[in-house]
Design a protein around this ligand. Sequence first.
Ligand code: THU
Length: 132
Amino acid sequence: MYNINELVKKAIEAKSKALPKYSNFYVGAALLSEKDKVYLGGNIENSSYGLTICAERTAVFQAILEGERKFKAIAVVGDIDEFLPPCGACRQVLADLCGKDLDVIMANKKGETKILKLSELLPYSFGEEFLK
Ligand code: THU
């Protein structure tokens, strides 16, 4: 197991490092590996808007480059009243790189959480099994 509130705290810390230059919509993510290491992510925007990258993907790409391949959970937070749900593109990337058993901890600006498995957020999805 792991400490949900600690992971949300890390996501809030990551949010402060994000660079949403155009939308000013700050998102932070904290990804917990099986080895209990936490990788931070924040959204980084670009003047060519479509090149923006979300918080979740900056975290997972960083972790992969550090050699991590198995993950327990990701916490995602924004400065909004609602629990922040990962976008569709991030769901696909998380499914491929972290597995559909991943816990997705969606937090609101108060730090309250809603937790779903990635399999619940991305049912009937495409994946590597189709490529074999
Ligand atoms: N964003 C994320 O970082 N993660 C999500 O799952 C939803 C959207 C970012 C992308 C963009 O910088 C800003 O939020 C507004 O869409």
